[in-house]
Write a protein that binds this ligand. Structure first.
Ligand SMILES: NC(=O)c1ccc[n+]([C@@H]2O[C@H](COP(=O)([O-])OP(=O)(O)OC[C@H]3O[C@@H](n4cnc5c(N)ncnc54)[C@H](O)[C@@H]3O)[C@@H](O)[C@H]2O)c1
Length: 274
C-alpha cells in the first residue's frame, strides 16, 4: 500500500480506529499516535501494534483525547508533532452510537447535542488542527520515478457513514451529525488541495464493532437480518474492510482522490434513496 509515514488515529482504542492502527503498523507505518478518550484501550492497541509492526523503525504511543474539547485536540496534535515530527496520515474514527432510536417528534435534544459534540465538533476540531499542522510541513514527492504524480503534505480520512448520504429513520441525531461530517471533509478538501493535502470521508454501513453490537441490543426489531435487508452483499461490514479503505485513502495510491464520500457498504447505496 506504500504506507511508510507517521499516522495520527482518533478512536484508536476500539472498533474501526483500532483495526486501522493495526493495519497501519502491519503495512509499514514508521510512527503512530493512538488517541482515544479510553486511554487504557489506546494502550492495549499500542501493545498489539508493536506485535504486528513491520517497519524496523516503528514507534508508537498512546494519548488521552476527547475530541469534543479544543484544548484536548490541540494537546494531542502538539504531542504528535513533538514525538514524530510530522503527520502524514490522520484517520479520525472517534465516534459514538445513539442511546435511543426515535422519530424526530420524540427524539431527545440531549442525544442530539451529544452526537453533534462528538461527531461535528470533533470532526471540525481534528480536521482544522491537523490541516493547520500539515500546511506547515515540508512537501514529500509521491513517487520519485514519476514526478508528474506530484507531492503531498498529508492525507486526512474522516469516518462518516451511509448516514452521511442517506436518511435513516429514527437516527436523526446521528444522520444530522454525519451529514455535517461529510460537509466538513468536502470543504476542507476544496480548501486544502492547493496545499497538497487530501481530505476524504469513508461512508460505511453496518460495521461489526462494539458500537453496532450496542445498537443491535437496543431493540427487538434491530436485528442483523433486518439491517442486511437493504445490503446486496449479505454480511455485515468488518473493521478490516474499513481499515483497508482508510489505508488506501491515506496512501499515495489514491493521490488524485480528494473530497469524496467513499462508500464501503456492500452495495447498500444501490438500494437507497437520498
Ligand atoms: N460501526 C458501524 O456500524 C459504523 C457505521 C458507519 C460509521 N461508523 C463510524 O465509524 C467511527 C468508528 O466507529 P466504531 O464502530 O469503530 O465505534 P467503536 O465504539 O467501536 O469505537 C469508537 C472509539 O471512539 C472512542 N471515542 C468515543 N468518544 C470519543 C471522544 N469524545 N474522543 C475520543 N475518542 C472517543 C471510543 O472510546 C472508542 O474507542 C465512528 O465515527 C462511527 O460513527 C460506524
Amino acid at each position: 500500500m506504500d504506507i511508510t509515514g507517521n499516522a495520527f488515529v482518533t478512536g484508536g482504542g476500539d472498533g474501526i480506529g483500532k483495526a486501522s492502527c493495526l493495519a497501519l503498523a502491519k503495512e509499514g507505518a514508521v510512527g503512530l499516535l493512538v488517541a482515544d478518550i479510553n486511554l487504557k484501550a489506546a494502550e492495549e492497541t499500542v501493545a498489539e501494534a508493536i506485535a504486528v509492526a513491520t517497519n524496523p523503525g516503528f514507534r508508537v504511543e498512546a494519548i488521552y483525547l476527547d475530541v469534543t474539547s479544543e484544548e484536548s485536540v490541540k494537546q494531542a496534535v502538539a504531542k504528535m508533532i513533538e514525538s514524530f515530527g510530522r503527520i502524514d496520515y490522520c484517520i479520525h474514527s472517534a465516534g459514538i452510537g445513539l442511546r435511543s432510536y426515535l422519530p424526530v417528534d420524540e427524539a431527545s435534544f440531549d442525544e442530539m447535542k451529544r452526537s453533534l459534540a462528538v461527531h461535528v465538533h470533533g470532526t471540525f476540531l481534528v480536521t482544522s488542527q491537523i490541516s493547520a499542522a500539515m500546511k506547515s510541513q515540508e512537501l514529500v514527492t509521491v513517487d520519485s520515478a514519476r514526478p508528474e504524480r506530484g507531492a503531498t503534505r498529508g492525507s486526512i480520512v474522516v469516518l462518516g457513514s451511509s448516514a452521511s448520504i442517506f436518511t435513516i429513520p429514527h437516527f436523526v441525531p446521528y444522520t444530522a451529525s454525519k451529514h455535517a461530517v461529510l460537509a466538513i471533509a468536502k470543504t476542507a478538501a476544496m480548501e486544502s488541495g492547493a496545499h497538497n493535502i487530501r481530505v476524504n470521508c469513508i461512508c460505511p454501513n453496518w460495521t461489526d464493532t462494539p458500537m453496532l453490537r450496542q445498537t443491535l441490543g437496543s431493540s427487538e426489531e434491530m436485528t442483523v437480518e433486518t439491517l442486511l435487508s437493504t445490503v446486496p452483499i449479505k454480511r455485515l461490514c468488518t473493521v478490516y474492510d474499513i481499515a483497508d479503505a482508510a489505508l488506501f485513502l491515506c496512501s499515495p495510491r489514491s493521490g488524485y482522490i480528494t473530497g469524496v464520500a467513499f462508500p464501503v457498504d456492500g452495495g447498500m447505496a444501490l438500494t437507497m434513496k437520498t
